[in-house]
Design a binder for this molecule. Structure first.
Ligand SMILES: [Zn+2]
Length: 316
């Protein structure tokens, strides 16, 4: 069996993968944020809890000028500099600064066409460009990390954001901490013309998807894939092939998508995590993708990496 699945152009098929910002990480310092805030063309991604401010209507957007932040009472003192849009215009070599800012917004008080939208809503609805949705994912992950790391984990003192929000320092003990990304392995185990998928009790009716789980410290991607597949389905896995990754801001994960080769067939699934887990033939999976399965079974929506893994194997 070949593991040479085509992942060219994958960015256009998976959501949150096309973040265009120049991060310029090596030059971030204490001046980066104040300089960005001085720019009248700076764009702000405004979040109320996990939801992002979306302007619907004819010109949908999730990036706003400062006046919108001020109008909604955004906490500018907690703003984070995400990076710069590469095509700055006006001769600005570094581009337009993009920032994230938290606010407390009463959804009922918002006037049309403004609303608060979940990131899943943004991903699957296609309400804004893939680029804006990708920046929103970064913004959400960063704001969540700051919101849950206000105090030093070593001495308990209040920590403070530094270098535009890409670090927090403890003034008492000197501990420095950086934004987290939690790796998750998500994989399709295949054997010949069949693949393993499972159903979580939280899934919509008829959904089956790839298995997934958090990586643990000291583990390789390959070991995590083998462990998760075995724990959830009882199937043993040999070769593991990397396919693509997807930033997954719930709250700040990175989905590492793999296709792997099952070397056993008997399924004994983990009943506290899955409602069902079984083998599917390629023909059956094709019907699930096309929405023509006789039992109404289906796959996760496009834009999710699980769909990409399933489709890639199915077409491969
Ligand atoms: Zn400390």
């Amino acid at each position: 069996m070949t593991f040479d699945f085509d992942n060219s152009g994958v960015e256009s098929r998976i959501g949150f993968m096309t973040n265009p910002l120049l991060r310029d990480a090596e030059n971030r310092d204490e001046t980066s944020l104040p300089i960005a805030l001085e720019r009248p063309d700076a764009r702000f991604f405004i979040f109320s809890g996990p939801k992002v401010l979306l302007r619907g209507g004819d010109e949908p957007a999730v990036a706003f000028l400062r006046e919108t932040v001020d109008m909604l009472g955004g906490r500018m003192e907690e703003a984070i500099l995400l990076g710069h849009m590469p095509d700055g215009g006006e001769g600005e070599a570094e581009g337009i600064p993009c920032l994230a800012v938290p606010a407390e917004i009463e959804e009922e008080g918002l006037a049309e066409p403004f609303k608060l939208e979940t990131l899943r809503g943004l991903l699957y609805s296609g309400a804004v460009s893939a680029e804006e949705a990708s920046i929103a994912a970064q913004a959400s992950a960063m704001l969540h990390w700051h919101g849950t790391n206000r105090f030093c984990g070593r001495c308990g003192e209040k920590s403070a954001a530094r270098i535009g929000g890409f670090r927090r320092d403890c003034p008492a003990c000197g501990l420095t901490i950086f934004p987290r990304t939690d790796p998750v392995v998500i994989m399709l185990a295949v054997k010949g013309d069949r693949a393993v998928m499972g159903r979580s009790p939280h899934f919509p009716a008829g959904w089956y998807s790839t298995l997934a789980g958090f990586m643990e410290p000291g583990e390789t991607v390959e070991d995590a894939v083998r462990r998760e597949i075995f724990e959830e389905s009882g199937i043993r896995v040999g070769r593991v092939g990397y396919h693509a990754s997807q930033p997954w801001p719930f709250p700040h994960s990175l989905m590492i998508g793999c296709i792997c080769e099952a070397v056993s067939e008997d399924i004994e699934f983990q009943v506290d995590e899955l409602e069902d887990c079984r083998w599917f033939t390629r023909e059956e999976v094709r019907m699930m993708i096309e929405g023509t399965h006789p039992d109404g079974l289906c796959c996760p929506p496009r834009k999710a990496i699980s769909f990409e893994l399933i489709r890639s194997w199915c077409d491969g």
